[in-house]
Each structure stands twice: as structure tokens, then as C-alpha cells.
Design a protein around this ligand. Structure first.
Ligand SMILES: [Cu+2]
Length: 321
């Protein structure tokens, strides 16, 4: 009897929790897109790089820069903290919405299936100059010189700085080994949120950032390289693959501290005028809860961790195919 009532309550939970999203957007791996679809994506990104900024964030000139600024301004409260995965999920959603709503993009945010390229990023299809994001950096400044974004001038970074510079890369096959299938599988196999989060933020996360190098290796200003969105959407897929293993539990489990360590490997030192996060951002204490607020600086309404835990819930509505 207890078993039956448990089953009934699970079914009721399922029907109410999953009802809002009936037609999820299809997020696809980059290598499965047609050439026309790839160009539609990179052209929409170029459009964001031309649209003027309007949020008043320091240094940002374009809409593309503004999304980078949201990451730069709160790098120390969104990495090595419990909200790392939900915050970056929200960022991917914001980027996808900007492409679709402001630049007439008709697809959904694609991801880089990095496990296919682990250990050999230099030959990745993502770095194609015609139907991709351009290749490795070149010369002393390691500026990218091919592809649609070769002429873009970042106005934010490196790190916390506000300076004009090229998009730079320093592709490393060695570092890209972190994005291996084995590493991805190990994270999806974890049994609780904190273990899965630490695992994903560890090697698969570092594999993509280190494998591309340059701007992408900078934990603060990395969204200055458009590859950032393809990388983090892959990480979001890994997070979802883990969540889908026990959806009712794993869309409601969160934890971890709100306070990042003082020194984070690969992060520029926090300048004195960037406040050290003190914890509560909608939480009762310094431990991340479902009520933790994801601050989007006016780009979109702020959401809580709870709002983004299910990618087919009341707020988000997409799937990975
Ligand atoms: Cu980040």
C-alpha cells in the first residue's frame, strides 16, 4: 500500500512538474549542424557584436560585451561556489535568448561535443575558418586571424581590466585531454550534487578552457571568445545528463558554499575594488540554497537557482538532442 501511494505521488509530482514545457527547443551538437545552420549561428553572434550595449555596465560597447560583463563582474561569486552550474546555465539561456530575440536566430544554442575532440582540439571542426569560429591564435599576441570573429575587438579583459584587445587563443591538445569521454562519464556517474558539481567544474570544465587557451583560459573574461558558449553549453548538457539520472531528486538538490576561495587557480587576482562575496544572495546563510539569486544585471529578470534546475520546467524549456 505504501508502495502504491508512493507511486501515485511520484506520478502526480511528475505531471505537475513537467507540464509547463510542451515543446522544448532542441539544442544540438555543433558537428550535427548543416553549413547553413552553422553560418546562421555565427552570423547571429556577429549581430550581437554589432548591437550597441544598453545596460550601462562598465566598459561594455556591444550586446556581446554585456554578457561578458555579467560574467566578469561576478566571477568570484559564480565559480567554485554552489551556484556555478545554475549560473552558467542561466548565462547560456541569456545568450540563446539574445541571439533569437535580438538577432533573428531561428535555432537553439548549440554545444561543442568536446569528448569527440579531446586530445586533438587543433583539428576540431569548431575551429574551421569558414563554417566555424576560426583557428588558433597567431604570432606574439596570439590573436585569431581567421574566421568570422578575427576582427572583433574585445573591450573587456583580460581578467578584470577594461582594455581593447583581440580575441586570442593558444590551442593545446594536451590540455584538451581533460574533456575526454571518460572524464565526462565519471561526472555523470556521481551520486550527489556536490560530487557532480566538483567533477564537472574540474576536468571537463578545465579541458575546454585550457584546450582553447588565451582568452578562454581566463576565468574572469573568458566569454570574450564566442567558443565560451559552445563549451559551457556542453557542460550544461553534462549537468543535465546527471540530473536526468534521478530527475525529482536532482532538480531539487543544491549545496556548497557561496564564498569562493581567495585564490582560484587560473583566475586573475581579484582587484581590491571588486568586493569579496560575503555569502547571502537570497540565501539565509553562506550555503547555496534553491532560493539563491542569479544576478543578470538587468539583461534579463533575475532568477533563482530553483527556477533553472529543470531545463523543462516552468521557466526553461529545452532539451539536448
Ligand atoms: Cu564562468
Amino acid at each position: 500500500m505504501a508502495q502504491i501511494s508512493k507511486l501515485v505521488s511520484l506520478l502526480l509530482m511528475a505531471s505537475s512538474a513537467f507540464a509547463a514545457c510542451t515543446n522544448p527547443g532542441k539544442r544540438r551538437a555543433w558537428h550535427t549542424l548543416s553549413n547553413d545552420e552553422k553560418l546562421e549561428y555565427t552570423n547571429a553572434e556577429l549581430c550581437l557584436m554589432e548591437k550597441p550595449a544598453h545596460l550601462g555596465l562598465p566598459g561594455a560597447r556591444t550586446r556581446f560585451d554585456e554578457l561578458q560583463a555579467i560574467h566578469q563582474l561576478q566571477a568570484y561569486s559564480t565559480h567554485f561556489v554552489g551556484a556555478f552550474l545554475p549560473f552558467h546555465r542561466m548565462m547560456m539561456h541569456s545568450h540563446e535568448e539574445a541571439l533569437r530575440g535580438e538577432c533573428n536566430y531561428t535555432g537553439y544554442q548549440p554545444y561543442w561535443a568536446e569528448e569527440l575532440d579531446a586530445g586533438k582540439f587543433t583539428s576540431s571542426i569548431l575551429l574551421d575558418p569558414t563554417h566555424g569560429f576560426g583557428g588558433d591564435g597567431f604570432g606574439a599576441g596570439k590573436c585569431i586571424t581567421t574566421g568570422p570573429f578575427a576582427n572583433y575587438t574585445n573591450s573587456l579583459g583580460p581578467g578584470y581590466q577594461i582594455t581593447d584587445h583581440c580575441i586570442d587563443r593558444n590551442v593545446s591538445d594536451f590540455m584538451s585531454r581533460g574533456s575526454s569521454q571518460a572524464n565526462a562519464d565519471a561526472c555523470v556517474a556521481k551520486t550527489d550534487f556536490e560530487a557532480a558539481w566538483h567533477c564537472i567544474e574540474g576536468q571537463p570544465h578545465s579541458g575546454g578552457h585550457g584546450g582553447v587557451g588565451g582568452q578562454m583560459l581566463n576565468g574572469v573574461s573568458s566569454p570574450g571568445d564566442p567558443l565560451f558558449y559552445l563549451h559551457h553549453t556542453w557542460l550544461d548538457k553534462l549537468f543535465w545528463d546527471w540530473q536526468a539520472g534521478d530527475r525529482p531528486t536532482r532538480t531539487t538538490s543544491i549545496g556548497g558554499s557561496n564564498i569562493a576561495p581567495d585564490e582560484i587557480l587560473g583566475f586573475p587576482t581579484r582587484p581590491s575594488d571588486v568586493p569579496k562575496p560575503t555569502g547571502a544572495d537570497g540565501d539565509p546563510g553562506t550555503i547555496t540554497t534553491l532560493g539563491h539569486v542569479l544576478n543578470m544585471y538587468g539583461n534579463m529578470p533575475n532568477k533563482t537557482v530553483a527556477d533553472v534546475m529543470d531545463i523543462q520546467g516552468d521557466y526553461l524549456c529545452y532539451e539536448y538532442v
